[in-house]
Ligand binder design. Structure first.
Ligand code: HEC
Length: 214
């Protein structure tokens, strides 16, 4: 078999396939087998509850109709739905959720992604994405306000003039100040991204929430 070039390439190809399978599949499974995967309820934290509560104050009628009241359960429900909307609208065609340890990506987007960040229900399957027509979103939470996102999803060019991002007007009952259940869920999901990190912007201002027992 090793007499021919084709044979060498075949063995080499299979070898590298096996190596990739071990390094990217078997090793991570073994590394994290002791850490249980978190549920959506378990990844709800004070920072995302703050945003969720802000949505309830900003769009009281829509929020009430969509989720009722602010609680860990309704927030988890919004996160699950928001992720489904993110997938079904194809956001992942243009956005990645992985800050790579190369090309100074951390200078643009924040901390390099760590594998344990993906150990939860909302990352099954992971939404690394394949292309970056738009920016990476893994630290997107709190970079913009809830109403900025609402306007941006309604018509991106209103806040980002040359944006090639499509409009998502079916996430609203008419105007950008009336996001519907799916719209509110998507905003919640986007604001959640990176909320598990202390680098979540403006967290200093949110310290008083420590007192509240959500
Ligand atoms: C055709 C590619 C494309 C698709 C599909 C797309 N986006 Fe974008 N997105 C972009 C581009 C380009 C930008 C940068 C310009 C801008 O701000 O609109 C962007 C910007 C953003 C931003 C602001 C990032 C920042 O901090 O500046 C968010 C949040 C976002 N997109 C979320 C989404 C969500 C959620 C979806 C799905 C509902 C989506 N995008 C679908 C291309 C896309």
């Amino acid at each position: 078999m090793f007499e021919s070039k084709g044979g060498v390439l075949l063995i080499g190809g299979l070898g590298f396939f096996l190596l990739a399978f071990l390094a990217n599949g078997v090793v991570p499974i073994l590394l994290y087998r002791h850490i249980p995967e978190k549920t959506a309820e378990e990844v709800v934290n004070r920072r995302i509850l703050y945003q969720f509560e802000e949505l309830s104050r900003r769009y009281p009628e829509s929020f009430e109709a969509a989720f009722g009241e602010v609680s860990v359960q309704t927030c988890a429900e919004a996160l699950r739905l928001g992720r489904q909307v993110y997938i079904s609208e194809g956001c992942w065609h243009c956005h990645s959720q992985y800050v790579r340890p190369v090309s100074n990506e951390s200078r643009r987007w924040g901390d390099v992604s760590r594998s344990e960040e993906y150990q939860n229900e909302l990352q099954r399957p992971v939404l690394f994405g394949t292309r970056r027509v738009g920016p990476d979103l893994s630290r997107e939470g709190s970079r913009h306000s809830n109403d900025w996102h609402a306007v941006h999803f309604f018509q991106p060019t209103l806040v980002s003039p040359d944006s090639p991002m499509p409009r998502y007007q079916w996430l609203f009952d008419g105007s950008p100040d009336r996001p519907n259940r799916r719209g509110l869920a998507l905003i919640t999901y986007i604001q959640w991204l990176g909320s598990w990190l202390d680098s979540y912007p403006y967290y200093e201002d949110l310290q008083e929430l420590e007192q509240e027992d959500f």
